[in-house]
Design a protein around this ligand. Sequence first.
Ligand SMILES: C[S@@+](CC[C@H](N)C(=O)[O-])C[C@H]1O[C@@H](n2cnc3c(N)ncnc32)[C@H](O)[C@@H]1O
Length: 211
Amino acid sequence: MQTSSNEQVSKMYDDVSSSYNAMMATEIKLPIYNKVMTRLHDSITGLPGSIVDTSCGSGHMLVMYHEQFDQDRALIGVDLSPEMVAITSQRIGDYAKVVVSDMRELHLLENNSAAAVISFFALHHLDAAGIKAALTEWHRVLASGGQLVVAAWEGEGAIDYGDAASIVALRYTAEELAQWTVESGFVVTECDVEEVDEMPMDAIYLALAKS
Ligand SMILES: C[S@@+](CC[C@H](N)C(=O)[O-])C[C@H]1O[C@@H](n2cnc3c(N)ncnc32)[C@H](O)[C@@H]1O
């Protein structure tokens, strides 16, 4: 099944950027974010390089990292939606660089330069070939021992957005995602599948290291 084009996805997030921003102000307080970010911080202590959020949305995860964990770490936010990037730029101070870009084309990053890559709830906008391209790009930019944290919607087939949106986005199983990450040169260190309140899908949380 074909996922919606970048243009369609970008427009959808442009249109909902304000409400998404408001929703994330509450969501970011959920214990899972603290758990993931604490684990990420611990795993890159002593490893130089930036943290890149490859689908930063409203920027809440980058701000959380800066405020709660490390004020010295360089942060980079990437998102397809100009409106999301505008919201993140406004939220974030000059400690971060925020750009409109496709997560598969991190041209502003040199090889082996990043300590961590974050991808939260955006892989459903890519087909399998797109996910493999993203993983290859993230492996390129990560330093040896660099960390990748992924959250994705679990399952098979298209996500049902009901009347909320008309785009096509896909769910993947934990096994599929884990296999593609390993094929791309990552080692899986954590793989949890958890229920999400008020959502008809479970979420997959993967922690990986560049091997
Ligand atoms: C559901 S939101 C998640 C935002 C944020 N990661 C979070 O967890 O709150 C999905 C985000 O992915 C972005 N996105 C979708 N496809 C993308 C792509 N190919 N490259 C970069 N960002 C993309 C959207 O613009 C949107 O901001």
